[in-house]
Design a protein around this ligand. Structure first.
Ligand code: TMP
Ligand code: ASP
Length: 235
């Protein structure tokens, strides 16, 4: 499968058409951004790590009957996926308080949550991805109530599966972001699952092993991605 016309270039990935109208190629870049792209940088080899990490996680979810857009990994930086009409909602699932939840509700970072907390953000850079609820989703026609119910269920299922998988690799899944899309009438999990969009802490030391190292200038950013890659992708 070969890359054809570029469809879209995002902050961390480029999408290309293929000769099959149902399939596109996701190309993973090393570029990293944070805070609505006010902060920019390069994390060496990130694209290679993230492509592999995401491929392994999508494959694992697929084996557990979660429908995703993943078709296969094509090369170090290329993933073949089903073409989606992306639903403009960023679905965040949290197990431990951190980031914007800590800020919004005044919770200490690292506080375990009684049960997983699910949040929706409107995927709109110009507005800074604001927090939204079901009524806003209906108002903006982002998804049908039936889709929202399916997204909630699917996101919590993915949380349970990923937590277990990562725990076996000494990683705590603090929180993460998912995106869903429509493909030929089906709701599929899309985008990527990588340390760019997940908070992962080392189970023993609680050291941050994700993009927070870049966001907060904690150093050893590439090393953290490489270690997550090693734990998730080593046979
Ligand atoms: P938050 O605490 O900043 O709301 O982030 C929650 C999770 O969502 C965290 O794991 C990082 C991820 N995330 C993204 O993938 N993209 C984003 O633009 C933001 C703000 C967060
Ligand atoms: N990727 C997002 C941005 O560039 C934010 C983040 O992940 O912190 O703004």
């Amino acid at each position: 499968m070969e890359r054809r016309t570029k469809i879209y270039e995002g902050k961390a990935k480029i999408l290309y058409e293929t000769d099959n109208p149902d399939l596109v190629i996701q190309y993973f870049k090393d570029e990293a951004t944070a805070f609505d792209a006010q902060k920019r940088g390069i994390i060496e080899h990130k694209g290679i790590y993230n492509n592999r990490i995401s491929s392994v996680l999508f494959e694992y979810l697929g084996q557990h009957h979660v429908r995703t857009h993943f078709v296969g990994q094509l090369s170090e930086r290329e993933m073949l996926v089903k073409r989606l009409a992306i639903i403009k909602i960023e679905v965040v699932v949290r197990n431990i308080s951190a980031g914007s939840l800590s800020k919004r509700l005044g919770l200490e970072e690292g506080e375990p949550l009684k049960e997983p907390v699910l949040e929706f953000f409107y995927k709109n850079d110009a507005l800074g991805d604001p927090l939204i609820n079901d009524d806003h989703i209906r108002l903006l026609d982002l998804a049908t109530p039936q889709e929202v119910r399916a997204i909630r269920k699917r996101a919590l299922l993915v949380n349970g599966l990923l937590r277990e998988f990562l725990d076996e690799r000494d990683l705590i899944l603090v929180d993460f972001k998912l995106e869903f899309g429509r493909h030929r009438g089906q709701l599929l999990l899309g985008d990527e699952i990588t340390p760019d969009g997940c908070r992962l802490w080392d189970k023993q030391t609680l050291e941050k092993m994700d993009k927070d190292r870049f966001r907060r200038d904690l150093g050893k950013v590439e090393e953290a991605y490489q270690e997550v890659y090693r734990r998730i992708c080593s046979p």
